[in-house]
Design a protein around this ligand. Structure first.
Ligand code: URA
Length: 266
């Protein structure tokens, strides 16, 4: 006779089930962060069977780990949505990042293909050089540029007045009082006398210039060298390229981390 083992109690079955559940964020939250619409809209996408995780049609409430799971909407991996383009441009000095200019100066969108129409993610001053993203993905653009959870931006800065003292570097790191309030802590180093590497995640108007001015070292040259996980030392001024899928994924993940951190701090 086959001996029948008693079923484990219900609470133990539930505990087992929850241990077996993948950890991570709810799928609708991840989709919303990737710009598929509000959480409600994303729940509808899942209920309609349009979302597949690791080859299986996803059910509502499923948790996913964006670093591990392969998520597709309508057969397209998330982060690669039809019709959306993501360009990385190395902006030369003298080019404006608005979509038109009353002074007839060159504009950034003329550097990339005219169709589909794109816009710059955030701004760089006309004299600032370096990396800027152009896209037609409004959701991602808002997340990347938004000061409350914007990703890190790194700048190389040549300043007037020679070597910046340790005390002034500390002020730049801890926060400088500007006319629109104290700046958030920044990462600041001086690779050589009078050249600073500054990493900030706020996006205030002319922030780096005003920070350096506030400690008595006006900026002579300002170059953005990194946007979150995106950098490219080989892209020359005036050149552009599309982001790779891996870069796009890294960027959306970086934004998600910042959003999570921001949510937790509140
Ligand atoms: N900070 C500035 O001062 N200018 C820029 O263009 C970008 C950051």
């Amino acid at each position: 006779m086959v001996e029948r083992r008693p079923e484990p109690p219900l609470w133990e079955q539930l505990a087992q089930k929850s241990r077996a559940m993948p950890q991570g964020d709810r799928l609708q939250k991840v989709l919303a962060r990737h710009g598929f619409g509000s959480r409600r809209v994303c729940e509808d996408l899942i209920s309609a069977g349009r979302v597949v995780v690791n080859g299986d049609v996803a059910v509502l409430g499923r948790r996913v780990d964006v670093d591990v799971d392969v998520i597709e909407v309508d057969g397209v991996p998330i982060g690669v949505r039809p019709g959306l383009v993501y360009y990385l441009v190395n902006k030369p000095a003298g080019v404006v990042t608005t979509s038109s200019d009353t002074h007839g100066r060159p504009i950034i969108i003329d550097i990339v293909p005219a169709e589909p129409r794109v816009f710059a993610v955030g701004r760089l001053d006309v004299e600032t050089e370096g990396l800027i993203l152009l896209t037609n993905d409004g959701e991602l653009a808002n997340l990347v540029a938004h000061p409350s959870h914007g990703v890190e931006k790194e700048y190389l800065v040549e300043v007037a007045g020679g070597e910046v003292s340790g005390g002034k570097l500390a002020r730049l790191r801890d926060g400088v009082e500007l006319d629109d309030g104290l700046t958030a802590p920044a990462k600041v180093s001086q690779p050589e006398a009078g050249v600073l590497r500054i990493v900030i995640h706020e996006g205030r108007n002319r922030q780096v210039r005003r920070m350096c001015e506030a400690v008595g070292h006006p900026v002579e040259r300002l170059v953005r060298t990194r946007i979150g996980p995106i950098s490219d030392r080989r892209l020359r001024p005036g050149e552009w390229r599309e982001l790779t899928i891996d870069e796009l994924r890294a960027l959306t993940d970086a934004v998600a981390v910042e959003v999570r951190r921001y949510d937790q701090e509140r």
